[in-house]
Design a binder for this molecule. Structure first.
Ligand SMILES: [Zn+2]
Ligand SMILES: [Zn+2]
Length: 260
């Protein structure tokens, strides 16, 4: 109810979610310029990767970049876009401004990115859980929204039996080892996943620490395999160069008057 009200009051319907310019009658997510600026990772062959089950970083050329180990356990991960530019602004609109029209498009793009049998054998979708206190503050869990939108397209059902048992410091303020400590034992599987293949769903994968901690909880509850699907990912090199800060566009979107 509260979120529906927020949406009604603050959603910039009719504005581009990349640059905020008016879209006219078009009800899509992006203007022509922003649309031209985005490139699905599928096109460059970077949509699917493996991430290290120890630290969550990408496993490239047979070795984990952080653990510097060969043959560490890995999990398969797919992302539709790089977390930058218009895509980053769209995620912020979705997350902080509650722009629901974004979720359907995001789910469609995630579906397109799932090639090469990535969804084969998947029994259930699990949104990365948010602690109930934070959920209360925000009014919704963006991963849950995305998982439901993705469920409508894929026909795979959503299961919410992975819960967040500790309210942790926001990951964006931490790095490396601190992220791992912060999330240790933060998640708990509320049921046994005997032999199931589980697809974790989230909006953004920055380091894969969150995904890895969720995966560990699911694997210890007997899941056969855990894979990770996110709308966007921040690749290690690029995110190290950039200082992470909340996007300036977010405030603009929240307080912008609806032109219609
Ligand atoms: Zn635009
Ligand atoms: Zn590693």
């Amino acid at each position: 109810m509260l979120t529906a009200l927020k949406e009604l009051l603050f959603s910039p319907r009719g504005n581009c979610l990349g640059c905020l310019s008016p879209l006219g009658a078009d009800t899509g997510c992006f203007c022509a310029d922003c649309y031209a600026s985005i490139a699905p990772l599928l096109v460059s062959g970077e949509a699917e990767s493996e991430i290290c089950l120890n630290c969550g970083e990408e496993y490239v050329g047979g070795v984990c970049r952080v653990c510097k180990k060969h043959r560490v356990d890995t999990i398969r991960a797919v992302a539709a876009y790089e977390y930058e530019g218009a895509i980053r602004n769209l995620v912020h609109s979705f997350k902080f401004g509650g722009v629901w029209r974004a979720s359907r498009w995001m789910a469609e793009e995630m579906m397109k990115a799932c090639q090469g049998g990535f969804l084969d054998g998947v029994n259930v979708l699990i949104p990365v859980p948010m602690h109930r206190m934070r959920r209360l503050m925000r009014g919704f869990n963006q991963s849950g929204k995305l998982a439901r939108a993705f469920s409508l397209i894929s026909g795979i059902s959503v299961d919410t039996s992975l819960t967040r048992v500790r309210n942790t410091t926001q990951q964006v303020r931490l790095s490396g080892e601190k992220r791992r400590q912060n999330l240790k034992n933060a998640f708990r599987a509320e049921r046994s996943f005997d032999g199931e293949t589980v697809l974790l769903v989230d909006d953004v994968r920055t380091t894969g620490t969150t995904a890895v901690e969720c995966a560990k909880a699911l694997l210890s509850a007997n899941a056969a395999e855990v894979r990770v699907l996110t709308f966007a990912k921040a690749t290690p090199n690029r995110s190290q160069n950039k200082k992470y800060r909340p996007d300036r566009g977010t405030k603009l979107i929240k307080y912008e008057k609806d032109p219609f």
